[in-house]
Design a protein around this ligand. Structure first.
Ligand code: PMP
Length: 416
């Protein structure tokens, strides 16, 4: 079920918004493009393209090491972008934001650095609905540091029950790592309740916000997240950039995980000392122009208001769910109490990849596969799903196009 619209925000002017996205102004074959693959990657508005273009044309230089004017300008712009991410996530200070190349790198940083602070036999509690990015690095850390990985199973409806989390927390649990929004079913996980339980048990709360941050207002303090991960290309920004929020006192305790330039305080031939966070976690030249583009994307999103985006995607979700309920041979995965703009479906007797191919012939971009969430697929007993994921530029009319294409697929495959 889609969530009731809880937000009072002026509705999005989708017509005007669509004009901001050049890529949407095209046909695929004979059909207008319907872009429903936003959970994999969203598209970029002109404001982002222009910000990066301007930066490359006028201000580009490497940062932090130069005394010349361009380097100063580039450094200021990069640090302003960090501060922009901090504001977007409700962080207290810019130093709590580490720039990464994507969400995956942020989890690898955490698993390596945070994992190394733990004792053998300590437990990391990870949910069953995680993207591989918030699971595999913890598996690797468990092997390296002698930790134990514990699973939080999902409920029948496809969410996480805080009471179940409470039962699984032990005196050895040191990290609870959970997605804010499932990239497969769109489940909005009750992070606040879970983080309260984690903290009461003395564990740190790691939240995968890759799918939540583009779809709802996020405030790390309100959520009780000790660490919160986002990725630029799902936030209408460039690829090649992500960010990790970390509580400052925790970042200060954490060792670096990659060595090289910029992360050191002093280097001697046989040892080095580290800079303060966030720099100690940013070895080498960072994604500079991408950071400028990322900040422009966050400006764009914030100007529209995340509450308005949430309400818009909720409206689309309700329409899509109502349409799919009337369609025989279609099953929507999960029925969580609160879903954000993503859903997965399976159709009797048609493989998700075949369905995706037919939808493409109607100009519809969707994703078919396991969505890098194989344990969730195993739990749901399906090899693959067709995932429809909305963005701020999608329209209700596009759901009619989807309905028509699904009927067409049924006809082609002779499904009732
Ligand atoms: N977490 C979730 C919930 C995701 O959906 C994704 C991307 N599909 C990731 C993490 C990984 O993001 P990236 O590929 O940008 O590292």
């Amino acid at each position: 079920m889609a969530s009731p619209v809880r937000h009072i925000a002026a509705p999005l002017n989708t017509l005007a918004i669509r004009r901001d996205f050049p890529v949407l102004q095209q046909d695929i074959g004979a059909c207008p493009l319907v872009y429903f693959d936003n959970a994999a990657s969203s598209q970029r508005p002109t404001a982002v393209l222009k910000a990066m273009d301007d930066f490359y044309q006028h201000d580009y230089a490497n940062i932090h090491r130069g005394v010349h004017t361009l380097s100063q300008r580039a450094t200021d712009a990069f640090e302003a972008a960090r501060a922009r991410v901090a504001r977007f996530l409700g962080a207290q200070r810019a130093e709590e934001i580490i720039i990464t190349k994507n969400a995956t790198e942020a989890f690898n940083l955490l698993a390596n650095s945070l994992g190394g602070l733990l004792q053998q036999g300590d437990e990391v509690l990870v949910s069953e609905l995680e993207h591989h990015a918030n699971l595999v690095p913890w598996q690797m850390a468990a092997q390296r540091y002698g930790l134990t990985l514990q699973k939080i199973p999902i409920t029948e409806t496809g969410t996480i029950d805080p009471d179940d989390v409470r039962r699984r927390l032990t005196s050895r649990t040191k990290i609870v790592a959970v997605a804010h929004v499932s990239n497969v079913m769109g489940t909005v996980v009750p992070i606040r309740e879970i983080s309260q339980l984690a903290h009461a048990a003395g564990a740190w709360m790691v939240v995968d916000g890759a799918q939540a941050a583009p779809r709802m207002a996020v405030n790390v303090a309100q959520l009780g997240a000790d660490f919160y991960v986002v990725t630029g290309h799902k936030l209408y920004g460039p690829s090649g950039i992500g960010a990790l929020y970390g509580r400052h006192d925790l970042l200060q305790k954490m060792p670096p995980w990659q060595g090289g330039g910029n992360m050191i305080s002093e280097v001697f031939f046989d040892h080095s000392t580290w800079r303060e966070p966030p720099f100690r976690f940013e070895a080498g030249t960072p994604p500079i122009a991408e950071a400028i583009g990322f900040a422009a994307a966050l400006d764009y999103l914030s100007a529209l208001s995340l509450d308005a985006v949430a309400a818009h995607e909720d409206m689309l979700l309700q329409k899509a769910e109502a349409m799919l309920r009337t369609m025989s041979s279609v099953r929507v995965l999960g029925a969580p109490p609160h879903r954000a703009g993503i859903l997965s479906l399976v159709m009797d007797d048609i493989h998700a990849h075949d369905l995706g191919t037919i939808l493409d012939q109607h100009g519809i971009a969707v994703r078919a596969g396991h969505h890098c969430a194989q344990p969730l697929m195993q739990r749901m007993g399906v090899p693959a799903t067709l995932r429809v994921s909305f963005g701020l530029y999608n329209t209700p009319d596009e759901i009619d196009v989807l309905e028509n294409a699904l009927h067409d697929a049924k006809k082609i495959f002779g499904v009732a």
